[in-house]
Design a binder for this molecule. Structure first.
Ligand SMILES: *Cc1c(COP(=O)(O)O)cnc(C)c1O
Length: 483
């Protein structure tokens, strides 16, 4: 332990040492009310290092993760997290930076954030980028706050945000907490935004339209330019949910189509881990109309020095502590630098090829409700199998027996018995073929011996769980006696 951080006090207890003041350690009894003090010693397991190591390695194999197997969870882009991201993110010059260090002493961190924002701006064609939001949903909230600030600056806050019925649930949730009302727009028979319905719902109360592109069916919205110009003519702005950007890099730029706000999910497209729900990062890009409203501080550069600019009178303010999830930004930065412009385009091309390969093999066995070419993911329906008494949930559970994570199921809501499959570009043809073989075998089992599927999984640490009971009567106590 560093001498700088800890000094021993006279009675041999540790005290915190901060350069110009020393706080001596106080006894637990002085700090904690009597009733909360432990009456007998805690039973802490005594183990040696190999035992601890084996324990954690074993735990890591009990759950499914992308380092262990294929993870085709649609919309989540569970691509491989390159280990070089971790190695560089952990360099002490980066991981030991403290957010309260002076600008002068934080130049490396500021440079990484400045350049990452610049790369994201080039990839998306958006005029300005803020890295602060901590997740896609947080990016949505931030983007909608910018939209509100924009309309308020024009003297009319407006009331509604239009969202297609295929959208992710975070879209209407973000709209509601921003104080807007969400208005649903139907999809047409091709699975795309129904322009007639859009026309009927778009009016002077519309603050924005939120579009996911490619949409959650994995289809490219072909009428984007029309949608954008209709919105702008009505004085509304257009938000692009960029969770599916993995299909677009180097191919199209949302900014060139005319979008006003876009969020990026660094933990999807840019290969940073989705660990236990976080930390993630959901930077936003904005058009020139919204740049002045971006959160502070804005990181700027003046003659090779980076600094924090708080002088933004129209800013919506801060939306994260300090700068957001810096460690995640570093990993995304490494990813972008490793791949470069051509590499990023290849990522998207291969993501699309992999999805279409799987789709072409699986549509013979499962219903494919929307036939147009897929982008980086596609949606099957288990309705044929449901007719034989096997639900999509059963198929998802059976896949676990083959060592695969299940696809996203029962989403998007507009497809019955939906299975949303996203292989990502990081899988080999061999991995895809193994998944195809498993899906084909499951389809055959449903014909011949559906019980194998309805009783699955049988090879995992725990078998079929009672999800409802787990939620209603959670048992999360640690069982010491089992140690
Ligand atoms: C993942 C996702 C979101 C939300 O992003 P988080 O980072 O999970 O908050 C929003 N929309 C779509 C389409 C998504 O796939």
């Amino acid at each position: 332990m560093s001498k700088l951080l800890f000094e021993l006090t006279k009675d041999g207890k540790k005290g915190h040492y901060i350069p110009d003041c020393q706080v001596p350690a106080r006894k637990a009894e002085e700090l904690i009310p009597e009733k909360y003090l432990r009456k007998k010693k805690a039973r802490i397991p005594q183990l040696n290092e190999p035992e601890v190591m084996r324990h954690f390695v074993e735990l890591s194999t009990k759950n499914h993760h992308v380092d262990k197997g294929f993870y085709p969870l649609g919309s989540c882009t569970m691509k491989y997290n390159p280990k070089i991201n971790e190695n560089l993110g952990r360099l002490s010059g980066i991981s030991d930076l403290h957010p309260l260090q002076t600008e002068e002493l934080s130049q490396s961190g500021l440079q990484i954030m400045y350049e990452l924002a610049d790369y994201l701006s080039k990839i998306s064609g958006m005029a300005g980028v803020s890295l602060q939001p901590a997740a896609g949903a947080h990016g949505e909230l931030t983007g909608l706050k910018l939209i509100r600030a924009y309309h308020e600056s024009k003297g009319a806050p407006r009331k509604n945000v239009l969202i297609p019925d295929s959208a992710h649930g975070t879209n209407p949730a973000s709209v509601t907490i921003t104080g807007y009302k969400s208005v649903q727009v139907s999809s047409n028979e091709r699975g795309l935004v129904d322009l007639d319905d859009l026309d009927q719902k778009l009016n002077e109360d519309t603050a924005a339209i939120m579009i996911t592109n490619p949409n959650t069916l994995g289809l490219f919205e072909t009428d984007l330019r029309q949608i954008v110009s209709k919105a702008h003519e009505a004085g509304a702005l257009v938000y692009m949910d960029g969770a599916n950007l993995n299909a677009l890099m180097g191919i199209i730029r949302p900014g060139d189509i005319g979008f006003d706000v876009l969020h990026f999910n660094l933990h999807k497209t840019f290969s940073t881990p989705h660990g236990g729900g976080g930390p993630g990062a959901g930077p936003i890009g904005v058009s020139s109309k919204l740049v002045d409203f971006l959160p502070v501080p804005v990181i700027r550069k003046a003659s090779s020095k980076f600094y924090l600019d708080y002088e933004q009178p129209q800013s919506i303010g801060k939306i994260s502590t300090f700068f957001g999830n810096f460690g995640v930004m570093v990993r995304a930065y490494v990813y972008i630098r490793m791949l470069g412009e051509k590499g990023l385009r290849r990522v998207s091309e291969n993501a699309i090829i992999n999805a279409n390969y799987l789709k072409s093999k699986l549509e013979k066995y499962y219903l494919l409700p929307y036939k147009s070419p897929a982008m980086h993911e596609f949606v099957l329906s288990g309705e044929k199998q449901k007719a034989k008494g096997v639900k999509t949930l059963d198929i998802a559970k059976r896949l676990l027996d083959f060592g695969f994570h299940a696809p996203t199921i029962y989403f998007p809501l507009i497809v019955k018995e939906a299975m949303m499959i996203e292989p990502t570009e990081t899988e080999s043809k061999q991995a895809l073929d193994q998944f195809i073989a498993a899906m084909v075998q499951i389809a055959e089992e449903i014909e011949e011996n559906p019980e194998i599927v309805t009783k699955a999984p049988s090879t995992t640490v725990v078998s079929r769980l009672d999800d409802v009971k787990a939620v209603k009567e959670p048992n999360i106590k640690y069982n010491f006696d089992a140690v």
